[in-house]
Design a protein around this ligand. Sequence first.
Ligand SMILES: Nc1nc2c(c(=O)[nH]1)N[C@H]1C(S)=C(S)[C@@H](COP(=O)(O)OP(=O)(O)OC[C@H]3O[C@@H](n4cnc5c(=O)[nH]c(N)nc54)[C@H](O)[C@@H]3O)O[C@H]1N2
Ligand SMILES: Nc1nc2c(c(=O)[nH]1)N[C@H]1C(S)=C(S)[C@@H](COP(=O)(O)OP(=O)(O)OC[C@H]3O[C@@H](n4cnc5c(=O)[nH]c(N)nc54)[C@H](O)[C@@H]3O)O[C@H]1N2
Ligand SMILES: [Mo]
Length: 678
Amino acid sequence: MSAARHEGETHVESACPLDCPDACSLDVTVAGGRVVAVGGSEKNPVTRGYICAKVRRYPEHMYGVGRILHPGIRTGRKGEGAFRRATWDEALDLVVERMKAVRDARGGEGILPVSYGGSNGYLSQDTTDARLFYRLGASRLLRTVCAAPSASASKGLYGKMPGVAYQDYASAKLVLVWGMNPSVSGIHLVPYIQEAQKKGARLIIVDPRRTRLAESADLHLALRPGTDLPLALAMIRWLFENGRADRDFLAREARGAEELERRARPWSLERAAAECGVAAADIETLARLYADASPAALRCGWGPERNRNGGSAIAAILALPAVAGKFGVRGGGYTLSNSGAWKEIDGMAGAAEPEPSTRAINMNRVGAALAEKGAGSVDLLFVYNANPLMTLPEQERVRKGLEREDLFTVVFDPVMTDTARYADVVLPAATFLERTELSRGYGAFVLQKADAVVEPAGQARPNHAVFAELCRRMGVARAGEPESAEQLTEAFLASTPRGADLSRALGASGIAFLAEGPAPVQFVDVFPRTSDRKIDLVPEALDREAPRGLYHYEPEAPAPRYPLALISPGTDRTISSTLGELHRAAVPVTIHPDDALARGLQDGDRVRVYNELGSVRCRARVDADVRPGVVFLPKGLWSHNTESGTTANALSPDTLTDLGGGACFNDARVEVERLGGA
Ligand SMILES: Nc1nc2c(c(=O)[nH]1)N[C@H]1C(S)=C(S)[C@@H](COP(=O)(O)OP(=O)(O)OC[C@H]3O[C@@H](n4cnc5c(=O)[nH]c(N)nc54)[C@H](O)[C@@H]3O)O[C@H]1N2
Ligand SMILES: Nc1nc2c(c(=O)[nH]1)N[C@H]1C(S)=C(S)[C@@H](COP(=O)(O)OP(=O)(O)OC[C@H]3O[C@@H](n4cnc5c(=O)[nH]c(N)nc54)[C@H](O)[C@@H]3O)O[C@H]1N2
Ligand SMILES: [Mo]
């Protein structure tokens, strides 16, 4: 649909594919062949016609100074960001020559593709790119930087059951938001929570920071980062001991309840309180309010997963609605991610061929992988859909790797990221408004397809086209394979049982609803997708995977020189580092007044935040928003946001979570010192 509202302007519908739960439908204003404004549309009823402040600035992302308009070949030192303009042919010839050289000298495993979500749509990942790297026998990347532990836990316990829909939060009598900050990372949940509050629902927040929602909460447990597991286990023990566990439900619908009860037994309220740094009475209040309320909706986020106990913590949190018997009513149950929760679109594949069994590199360890020498070295790095220098742990190690003169780096991105400044070749990527995209958020119940709204800026090209071209030039393309956006979309839809229906809906309106009518209710309309449709409270596979068993709590390693826990959750300015070129302000580290006083720090002072891995120089913001012992420096920053050009990632270890090989960003332990100067 398009309609003119002002002379020379047209309105075109689109859908936001960015890494977010919400899946906004968009109303894009186009004038003179350029996007001039991006707003919300009513097509996705849950996103209600409004969008976040970040994506409203998307036109600046498309046409701003950071945009890469043509291929470039490095002329300066790595990191300097000096490139000369090249044609696509010249740039791709060079990439192909180096790929062939590395493959011949070292084997395909000398090539490492580093990609994560990018814009997160189906067409820009795991299509022709997978074909290229699979067929070259390149090293594989384990995409673990986000959601790996929580996905393991929700798959193990519930086989990834679809979650409580946002709109059903309005029916809840109690909303428990655990380690999530919807005010910035999925804003469309907030009005439904407020609607429930207006009708008398209680709101409880579990978060080391006083988030915007926490200000209006009935109870805020500001626990120490990484201690969600003892907190959830103490609640579970309390529920069992006080006759508040729903034993009938558990007997009928779950396996492993007795074993879970046994594993929760060591966690008295007092012991958990000491570990979590909160009052035992508050844990009891939380358990009691949760037990009393129905419907009770639990919104579990990704904050609890980003530490050594992350997988077990999420599993214990997700066990709560089962133990307390919260399912079976509208507004009752839990929400985590709906990724993989819909068999209609699960397993949709654009490059239907098996992954080869070449060596796999955990993306949290890219820094270490780049330091390998000899037979195991990575000699060609192909970065797309990601900004690894700013988003992976051990930033200084990643930087050292990118500086290697014997490493050939290709970066394919719409904008000149900090990572791109280290490239030998940069390639300009089309943004989602300049190409077709098929997408869905991971909180929503929709699939959307949107065609290009405008022509790509400069010489930018879509991912699928560039990788198809590279397949041809490397001699690994096969005749008749789907290559264009239309062919790939068809291939995706043909790979799922409901493809024909979805295709019809997408063709008619660009949006397909995965559930008909009112949103599904857990244990009424949707059930665990485990083999016997039961909840598996202590899944054997997870118990085997966790180094010391599922629900084993690993206390903090003593680090007397680095007494502060650094956390780096998202803010309302960036989506991970995407759009960060537009956010140029200096970003401070937030520290509690007690911790500031102990260090002689005042609000606005220049400080150094440091540990054995690196350091960040920035300003201090002294505020009781963070609990004592915790400091906060957001994720998604660019080098221009701090004085030192380093970010929280320079302080994050590359250790892995207990499940899923996930990132332990929030296990960073640091000290903060005052620096001189104005
Ligand atoms: N604006 C914006 N939106 C985003 C993103 C973004 O970067 N910016 N990122 C997108 C992506 S990739 C993701 S994965 C999601 C993530 O969305 P969220 O789940 O909101 O994840 P985080 O921002 O990491 O952290 C959420 C909250 O967890 C708290 N937290 C930190 N450590 C702990 C802990 O140990 N326990 C508990 N209970 N809480 C803790 C933080 O203080 C924070 O308030 O958001 C998506 N949406
Ligand atoms: N310290 C710390 N670091 C973190 C986290 C944390 O909690 N703390 N959280 C982590 C989380 S949750 C996540 S999800 C990761 C995300 O880390 P990354 O995957 O690196 O995500 P982004 O920073 O959003 O980078 C995506 C890049 O893809 C580009 N892009 C967008 N669309 C396209 C496209 O169509 N084609 C191509 N070729 N490129 C495109 C964007 O311009 C951007 O540069 O960061 C992690 N990093
Ligand atoms: Mo993420």
